[in-house]
Write a protein that binds this ligand. Structure first.
Ligand SMILES: Cc1cc2nc3c(=O)[nH]c(=O)nc-3n(C[C@H](O)[C@H](O)[C@H](O)COP(=O)(O)O)c2cc1C
Length: 150
C-alpha cells in the first residue's frame, strides 16, 4: 500500500498538518512518502495507490501557483484508479475559505477516486487531531478493502 502526500506551504501551517497526517499513516503501518511539491516528479504519481494533496489558499480563494502543474497532471494523466484526498489550511476571514481545497476536490472527484477532504482553520489545534485521525482512517479502510478484493 503506497501513499504519497504532496504539499505546498508558505508559512508552515499546511506543513504541520501534513506531517501529522504522515505520522498517522505510519501508525497504521501504511507505507507513506511525503513530498514538497518541488521534490515530486509528477510522472511518478501513477506509482501510488493513494495521493493526499496538502495546500494552502492564496489570492481570492486560489490554488497556489506552484500546485497548478499537479492540478493539471491529475486532469490529464490516467489516474482514475488512484484514491485521493485533499487537506488544506485557510483563513475563514477570506470570502472563499480554503478555496484551493474546493478547486482540487471538484477536479479530483471527476478524474480520480476522491475519498476525503479536510479544511483546517489557519493552524492545527487540539480538536483537529481527531479530524486528521478520521481522514486517515477513511484511507486505511479503503486501502484494506482493496487488498481484500485482490
Ligand atoms: C495574500 C493572502 C491571501 C489569502 N487568501 C486566502 C483565501 O482566499 N482563502 C483562505 O481560506 N485563506 C486565504 N489566505 C490564508 C492562508 O491560506 C492561510 O494563512 C494558510 O494557513 C497558509 O498556509 P501555509 O502556512 O501552509 O502557507 C490568504 C493569505 C494571504 C497572505
Amino acid at each position: 500500500m503506497k501513499v504519497a502526500i504532496v504539499y505546498s506551504s508558505k508559512t508552515g501551517n499546511t506543513e504541520e498538518v501534513v506531517h501529522l497526517i504522515r505520522k498517522l499513516f505510519l501508525k497504521e503501518r501504511i507505507d507513506v512518502t511525503l513530498y514538497r511539491i518541488a521534490e515530486l516528479q509528477i510522472k511518478d504519481l501513477i506509482n501510488y495507490e493513494a495521493v493526499v494533496i496538502g495546500t494552502y489558499t492564496w489570492g481570492n480563494g486560489e490554488i497556489p501557483q506552484e500546485m497548478m502543474e499537479l492540478y493539471r497532471a491529475f486532469e490529464t494523466l490516467n489516474v482514475k484508479r488512484i484514491l485521493t484526498g485533499v487537506v488544506g489550511t485557510g483563513d475563514s476571514g477570506y470570502p472563499k475559505f480554503c478555496g484551493a481545497v474546493d478547486e482540487f476536490r471538484d477536479m479530483l472527484y471527476v478524474h480520480t477516486k476522491l475519498i476525503a477532504t479536510l479544511k483546517i482553520e489557519v493552524n492545527l489545534q487540539m480538536y483537529d487531531i481527531d479530524r486528521c485521525l478520521k481522514f486517515v482512517s477513511v484511507f486505511r479502510d479503503r486501502l484494506n478493502q482493496r487488498q481484500t478484493i485482490r
